[in-house]
Design a binder for this molecule. Structure first.
Ligand SMILES: *[C@@H]1O[C@H](CO)[C@@H](O)[C@H](O)[C@H]1NC(C)=O
Length: 269
């Protein structure tokens, strides 16, 4: 009986992927090498903290509007912290979408200028790819133009994505014609064998490379990771705590869904 239980425990351990759902908060990072991306290292007190966004450092409308919390003020031609959709009037109606994900164009006046207002995107209102693609009707959907129609695609999970082009941005399109999350086994090089996104983008599965067989598979633990690769090989879901690779307790924001939508800003400009 005991042996059986042990066997069951071992089997379930070996098939369970090592999933991490909390990205490190800047403040739990203790070595400067891991303090990057949205974090900044202070050598004065050897601490890592979140970078503060200074909107005034962005001097063009596209770079300004691409930053989540900033928006371009057409009156002053300056970048400042986003306030409210209705505060903005733009020369091209489409620019309202760039101010914030909650903004849509209002009615264009006789002067050709368009006041923005709070509202949500309706994919079907767009009639070409440039206007349609990557607009975001909600935090887990994007618009996509195909067969002359702008449709709303659910991007809350790889497995819900019905369009191949949208799928392959972050997930894989299977031979069965469906979208699915990558697995560690899909990674064919040691470099690519680090993490794969979970199906619902809520975290990552940690992978491990076997150099003897040149195969990537689900990691059982992170004991092989070092101060030099713990953070990077876990996509920032673990950090080097001084003596071991430790799981982050940080925020469990749906980082990658946001990335999916944020991406968009990048592709648009
Ligand atoms: C743009 O700048 C003007 C002048 O400073 C200010 O009155 C206005 O409120 C600003 N608009 C927004 C949306 O911040």
């Amino acid at each position: 009986m005991k042996t059986q239980l042990l066997l069951i425990a071992m089997i379930s351990l070996s098939v369970n992927a090592l999933t991490a759902t909390n990205e490190c908060d800047c403040t739990e990072i203790v070595q400067s090498a891991d303090c990057k991306g949205g974090c900044t290292w202070s050598s004065a007190d050897s601490s890592c903290s979140a970078k503060t966004v200074d909107c005034t450092t962005y001097t063009t409308q596209p770079t300004c509007d691409a930053v989540n919390t900033c928006a371009w003020n057409d009156t002053t031609s300056k970048c400042a912290t986003f306030t409210a959709c209705a505060d903005y009037t733009v020369t091209a109606a489409d620019q309202c979408y760039d101010k914030d994900s909650t903004c849509v164009p209002g009615t264009t006046g006789t002067d050709g200028k368009t006041p923005c207002k709070t509202g949500s995107v309706t994919c079907s209102s767009f009639s070409n790819a440039a206007d349609c693609n990557f607009k975001s009707p909600s935090s887990n959907a994007v618009c996509w133009f195909k067969a002359n129609t702008c449709s709303q695609i659910d991007v809350s999970k790889c497995s819900t994505i019905t369009d191949q082009d949208v799928c392959t941005i972050l997930c894989k399109w299977t031979s069965a014609g469906a979208c699915a999350a990558y697995t560690c086994a899909d990674m064919t090089t040691a470099e690519a064998c680090d993490t794969v996104l979970t199906d619902d983008f809520s975290g990552v599965n940690i992978c491990s490379w076997d150099s003897a067989t040149s195969k990537c598979s689900d990691a059982a633990d992170v004991s092989a990771l070092t101060s030099a690769n713990c953070f990077d090989k876990t996509a920032g879901y673990y950090y080097w705590d001084g003596s071991a690779c430790s799981e982050c307790s940080g925020s469990s924001s749906n980082g990658y869904i946001l990335a999916f939508i944020g991406f968009i800003a990048m592709l648009m400009f």
